[in-house]
Design a protein around this ligand. Structure first.
Ligand code: AMP
Length: 282
């Protein structure tokens, strides 16, 4: 494994790899790595000659400044976790100036409506920040394939749109959600949960499973009421949104059609910590 912090250094490394006509898998992360991230890295290592993992807490995708300040940063233990994966692993852990230059400007994207719902509605500007940072990181790393978790399913669909808008020759690979034994989706933000919140956080996935089990029999409105009921007066979790949406367009639905794929999406607050999850319904 080797670590680069400077843009110029990784660009030279990438140029050398491309000259050898080797493939590059890219796994962008914000660090505080867990098994979900490691699964993406292993998938990338199995299918590419070299893998670049970026560890960069991207300031432009945070709509809430306290969330940015409190986002866990654990570079030393991240490097330790990655150090015994493969000699062909390259970590890029830059300061913002290496990615953005001096003015940190954010592009404004039209992702065909994917960006207006759910995370886009509740985190204004978030997906412009995601699109902008990925455009820079894709340019720096020139990947053959890039790996993203279904944990952030809306982001995954937006990245697919981004490469088509920007006309980039990158294959986007979606990877399944990794969960703790109790069902809680692994997330860097889980590190900020209090013990009592962690002990009760299985509620989020169990509600999604309950929705899935009733998807054939209850209406969308009934399912929304059910979810609202499960979180009503809950001492630890506050529901921000729950939606059932078409898996491709991400547009929320009122009624299901037989030939479409749907997913349920949820965002909840545990105190100040915001958690998201989703599940395929059919
Ligand atoms: P993050 O560091 O949270 O920005 O995540 C980096 C990448 O890892 C994104 O593509 C996420 O979707 C993915 N990821 C995060 N948590 C999980 C998880 N529990 N299972 C699978 N992928 C995940």
């Amino acid at each position: 494994m080797r670590l680069h912090e400077k843009r110029q250094d990784i660009e030279e490394d990438v140029a050398r790899i491309l000259k050898e006509k080797k493939s590059i898998g890219f796994v962008p992360t914000m660090g505080a790595l867990h098994e979900g991230h490691i699964a993406l890295v292993k998938n990338a290592l199995a299918n590419n000659d070299y893998v670049i993992v970026s560890i960069f807490v991207n300031p432009t995708q945070f709509n809430n400044s306290s969330d940015l300040v409190k986002y866990p940063r654990t570079l030393n233990s991240d490097l330790k976790l990655l150090s015994d994966t493969s000699p062909n692993l390259i970590v890029f852990a830059p300061a913002p100036i290496e990615v953005y230059g001096v003015n940190q400007s954010v592009l404004s994207y039209d992702f065909d409506g994917l960006e207006h719902v759910m995370e886009g509605e509740f985190r204004p500007g978030h997906f412009d920040g995601v699109g902008t940072v990925l455009k820079h990181l894709f340019q720096i790393t020139s990947p053959t394939r890039a790996y993203f978790g279904e944990k952030d399913f809306q982001q995954l669909q937006i990245v697919r749109k981004l490469v088509s808008i920007e006309n980039l020759p990158i294959k986007i690979i979606g990877c399944p959600i990794h969960r703790h034994l109790d069902g809680l989706a692994m997330s860097s933000r889980n590190k900020r949960l209090k013990d009592v919140e962690k002990e009760n956080a299985s509620l989020i996935y169990s509600v999604l499973q309950e929705v899935k089990s009733h998807f054939g029999t209850k209406s969308v409105d009934e399912l929304k009421d059910l979810v609202a009921e499960r979180f009503k007066n809950n001492a630890f979790f506050k529901l921000e949104y729950f939606q059932i949406a078409d898996s491709n367009t991400l547009q929320p639905i009122l009624e299901r059609k037989n030939d479409c794929k749907y997913r349920a999406f949820i965002a909840v607050f545990a105190g100040e910590v915001r958690l998201i999850d989703n599940i395929a319904l059919n």
